[in-house]
Write a protein that binds this ligand. Structure first.
Ligand code: BG6
Length: 486
């Protein structure tokens, strides 16, 4: 018997991601036969009313391969129930108990897709009502805290009721196919390892750009900002996987042991370094794909004079033997020119060109790992253009995953839900990783708080403020879209 209880069951994340992912797992036969799903939220709803919402969310957001299958949908809905729970009303938790069976339990998963302020009250009540035991797992959504101190408080309060291996801190980037492929690329191939270090790597770029604005989350986003929303978690998780040492095996803790070492080795900025090595921006009105869009300060829920950042670029460094002196340029923003998530490893230039100038592009080799919108790995090399004489051009050895396999793609939320149901912690963030990430973020947050001048504006639909280009240009580097062949 597996029971999945979703707190925040009527929220946006539930609607768009979690319920469709659960349904996809169901349709593809990945859930056990005795599965049940209980949505929990403050609203007063009947089972039928909640089922209607579940059906609407599946219709709008389920992946294509979940198909149009009325029978499966009906079967899923009969397993679906609703419990009205206000986390501050202990009596509400009584209503949940009847769904939690005491015999033949495989796992009970409580997914807290709510604000962090109610993580602790919920877990406390679950525990007081006797609903926490050895088979319990709790998934907590980001943001886990708003700085190092609050994250520590949440972690230690959770640990009053749960063991560390019962806590699944979700970062949906870790569930993306290409992030796992990065592990395969690095640790199942021999030719990259000798090059994967300061001797051969010039710099590393990790960029996650979005075209969407703050959508319906203006109020939340204005209290969060791009640094907390994307850098503290998704970008730093990608840094840790790109930069980690080979783990001793693929067990969850072996991998997480190596990731946390990277996060601890991130060079912490002084206030002066923050102003030199970070750029923050906020979008103003512009256009996305030719259609006009409003500026951040006019978004619903955002105060008109907000100083919150919707864009961040950082020149990070890792103080260890493998990476000393290699810049890791990190960038993320909303309302940018295109949607993409990409990791680029730029290798050092050749020591000397025997071909002389004017023979074609001299940009050095690079490995580009694209997470989205498409999944690919490309190794850019130099080759001679066909024809007379020697003229060089950039050609890519291209591994296109859409073409490479027609096996079913598993969306990141589905993968992570199934991992949590099966008790696999590999793709979840451990408490020490979270602390190390916040410890690096805190000095940036503090310096920004004390420095009102730093926020730059950028036009919606651009690649961010000019200062972001300058951050790299002063070191002779450029973001990929700005690269001019010399
Ligand atoms: C979430 C952020 O964690 O990631 C959102 O809170 C952001 O602001 C989203 O839009 C991006 O995820 P993806 O998978 O669409 O790149």
């Amino acid at each position: 018997m597996t029971t999945f209880v979703l707190f925040g069951g009527t929220g946006d994340l539930a609607k768009r991601k979690i319920i469709p992912a659960l349904y996809s797992a169901f349709v593809n036969g990945r859930l056990d036969a005795n599965f049940s799903f209980i949505g929990a939220a403050r609203e007063v709803l009947t089972d039928e009313e909640f089922r209607l919402r579940v059906a609407t969310s599946i219709e709008a957001y389920a992946s294509k391969d979940s198909g149009d299958n009325p029978e499966k949908l009906a079967a899923f809905l009969t397993l679906t129930h609703y419990a009205k729970i206000d986390a501050r009303l202990p009596a509400d938790f009584d209503g949940l108990k009847k769904y939690l069976h005491t015999s033949d339990v495989n796992a009970t998963l409580f997914y807290l897709a709510t604000g962090p302020d109610i993580f602790i009250p919920v877990v406390e009540q679950l525990s007081k009502h006797g609903m926490v035991d050895g088979n319990t797992r709790v998934v907590v959504e980001k943001p886990l805290g708003h700085d190092a101190h609050s994250a520590k408080e949440i972690n230690s309060a959770l640990r009053n009721y749960l063991k560390e291996n019962q806590i699944y801190r979700i970062d949906h980037y870790l569930g993306k196919e290409m992030v796992q492929n990065l592990l395969a690329l690095r640790f199942a191939n021999s030719f990259l390892e000798p090059l994967w270090n300061r001797k051969w790597v010039q710099d590393v770029h990790i960029s996650i750009s979005e075209q969407v604005g703050v959508e319906t989350r203006g109020d939340f986003y204005d209290r969060t900002g791009a640094l907390r929303d994307m850098v503290q978690n998704h970008l730093l998780q990608l840094v840790s996987i790109v930069a980690m040492e080979p783990p001793v095996n693929a067990n969850p803790d072996a991998i997480r042991d190596e990731k946390v070492k990277v996060l601890r080795a991130l060079h912490k900025f002084t206030p002066d370094e923050v102003s030199k090595k970070t750029v923050r921006g906020q979008y103003r009105a512009g256009a996305i794909d030719g259609k006009p869009v409003i500026g951040y300060q006019s978004e619903p829920g955002v105060p008109p004079a907000s100083r919150n950042e919707t864009f961040v670029a950082i020149r990070a460094e890792i103080d260890n033997w493998r990476w000393a002196g290699v810049p890791f340029y990190l960038r993320t923003g909303k309302r940018m020119a295109s949607r993409s998530a990409e990791i680029t490893i730029n290798f050092k230039p050749i020591p000397y060109s025997i071909f002389g100038k004017g023979q074609g592009p001299l940009r050095s080799n690079r490995l580009v790992i694209t997470l989205q919108p498409e999944e690919s790995v490309q190794l850019f090399m130099k080759a001679k253009e066909p024809g007379e004489g020697i003229r060089l051009s950039d050609v890519a050895l291209n591994l296109d995953f859409a073409d490479a396999s027609n096996l079913r793609r598993v969306e990141s939320y589905e993968r992570l839900l199934l991992d949590a149901l099966h008790g696999d912690l590999t793709l979840f963030v451990r408490d020490d990783e979270l602390s190390a990430a916040w410890a690096w973020i805190d000095p940036i947050l503090n310096a920004w708080k004390n420095e009102s001048e730093g926020l730059k504006s950028y036009i919606a639909g651009s690649w961010g403020p000019a200062a972001s280009s300058y951050l790299l240009a002063q070191h002779g580097a450029a973001w990929d879209e700005e690269y001019v062949e010399g």
